[in-house]
Design a protein around this ligand. Structure first.
Ligand code: GDD
Ligand code: MN
Length: 442
């Protein structure tokens, strides 16, 4: 039946109507949503994935196919039908009854997934995954491949920017022995249609950054940004995939066992319907993805050991403290005429109180939530105060050591910067371990 594991019915009906819908519609006419795979993003060899069909999969015998093409979609309601029509016309010629088209939709507001389901009546080779919990292009592609029955796994954008005709060349390349066949804008026959200078520069800039950070992966193909390619299943079956953002090809190149690569030129078409989903966020994800591949597990281990986000928040709060300190010092000393040292002591304490309030409510909010009550808060505040005071002493000490012994009594302000950086770490680490210590929770 049409219930999928993402907890929704194929027709998008409310749960209470499910039984009626199932009773009224003969099973043969029920459009079928696939069960969403969950768990690790890992492709299995065909024998293993065929041997473990999911409990909700009612497809007849799991027949293996030559090609499974994943089509990730988000708000492509107007593009999906013409695309499927063109793909079917093309692939029915070269691989009759030997391919499937897997639409992976992230619950698009324009209901792309329902449009895709309706196509099944004419194109039974269309399978539809509607994801409710996961999001993102790269994971969509992998989830599609996880339910795939093909020996060759492919991906194509849904927006007709990738010309379907190129599939034939990609397929031939794999059939002639390539492990990976990439649709490329930067080889003979390739190009972009009407891209602005900014877009070309951004695209090439991203590629250059990739070449610098990860030459042995990015440098293997002329168009590492391509989202149009096919790969032999065995070449990526096994390793845990961990893609980020848009560039799934990087993951395939970085973690797969890819010996032979073929490239087939294509011209990136202009979008006719719908809108691109690329934002600045994809550029940040791209760099993060490159670094992750470059550093292997090292980056994630560092993440686990060092709470970067907390540290950044702590740093920002620290900066706000500097402003508070300055303002109070100005008010007391310059406006009210109090002596400098006394003014500074009050200013520093007000800054410490400011920092404590923000750190308690923001930087370490999750910890303070578990240790409610005024006495617990007061305890945290006193510890914070002590750590900061010790930090101040340390600041003066480090400044003296760096200035006198390291910098040879030059660059006092640079020495101060070094001292501040060291003390910031000290303050952060001690407060993390003492003031907002998780183990205090009973
Ligand atoms: N399921 C799902 N989830 N699909 C998504 C998501 C998502 O979060 N984001 C985008 N898509 C789908 C889109 O619907 C489209 O079919 C495809 O992924 C590509 O998205 P676009 O937003 O159209 O991307 P683009 O054309 O700007 O970017 C493309 O750049 C490369 C060339 O630089 C890439 O996607 C590549 O495929 C392409 O070769
Ligand atoms: Mn596009």
């Amino acid at each position: 039946m049409a219930l999928d594991s993402c907890g929704a019915l194929g027709f998008g009906l409310p749960q209470e109507l499910v039984c009626c819908a199932v009773a009224l519609i003969p099973p043969s006419q029920l459009q079928k949503l696939e069960s969403c795979p969950s768990g690790p993003l890992q492709i299995l060899p065909l024998a293993a994935s065929a041997a473990t069909p999911s409990a909700t999969d009612h497809s007849p015998a799991l027949q293996t196919l030559t090609l499974s093409l994943t089509i990730p979609t988000y708000n492509e309601g107007q593009n999906i039908a013409p695309l499927v029509e063109r793909l079917a016309a093309l692939l029915d010629g070269v691989l009759p009854n030997d391919y499937e088209l897997i639409v992976v939709d992230d619950n698009s507001p324009d209901l792309t997934w329902t449009t895709a389901l309706e196509l099944q009546a004419t194109y039974p080779q269309v399978r539809v995954l509607r994801r409710l919990e996961e999001r993102g292009l790269s994971s969509a592609v992998i989830r599609g491949w996880q339910i795939a029955r093909g020996q060759i796994l492919g991906v194509i954008d849904a927006d007709l920017q990738h010309p379907p005709e190129v599939l034939v060349g990609l397929l031939e390349a794999i059939q002639q022995g390539a492990d990976l066949a990439v649709g490329s804008r930067h080889v003979e026959g390739g190009g972009v249609s009407e891209w602005s200078l900014t877009r070309r520069v951004l695209s090439r800039g991203a590629q250059t950054v990739g070449l610098l950070l990860l030459p042995q992966v990015v440098g293997r193909v002329s168009d590492p940004m391509s989202g149009y390619f096919m790969v032999r299943r065995e070449a990526i079956a096994g390793p845990l995939l961990n893609p980020k953002g848009y560039k799934i090809l990087l993951e395939v190149l970085g973690r797969g066992t890819i010996d032979t690569i073929a490239e087939v030129g294509y011209v990136f078409q202009e979008r006719q319907e719908g809108a691109s989903k690329v934002t600045w966020r994809q550029y940040v994800d791209y760099i993060h993805h490159l670094l992750r591949l470059r550093l292997g597990g090292r980056l994630s281990r560092l993440h686990q050991r060092f709470p970067m986000q907390r540290f950044l928040r702590f740093g920002l709060v620290g900066l706000s403290g500097v402003v508070v300190d300055m303002v109070i010092l100005y008010l007391l000393h310059s406006t009210l005429g109090l002596p400098l040292t006394r003014s500074k002591i009050v200013a520093a304490e007000v800054a410490i109180i400011n920092n404590f309030i923000w750190n308690d409510a923001w930087t370490f909010a999750d910890v303070s939530m578990l240790q409610r009550g005024w006495s617990a808060r007061l305890k945290r505040f006193l510890k914070f105060n002590l750590v900061c005071l010790a930090g101040l002493v340390l600041n003066v000490l480090v400044l003296n050591v760096v200035y006198n012994l390291v910098f040879g009594q030059r660059w006092a302000y640079l020495a101060n910067l070094v001292a501040i950086a060291i003390v910031t770490f000290w303050n952060f680490w001690l407060n993390l371990k003492l003031s907002w210590r998780v183990t205090q929770v009973k």
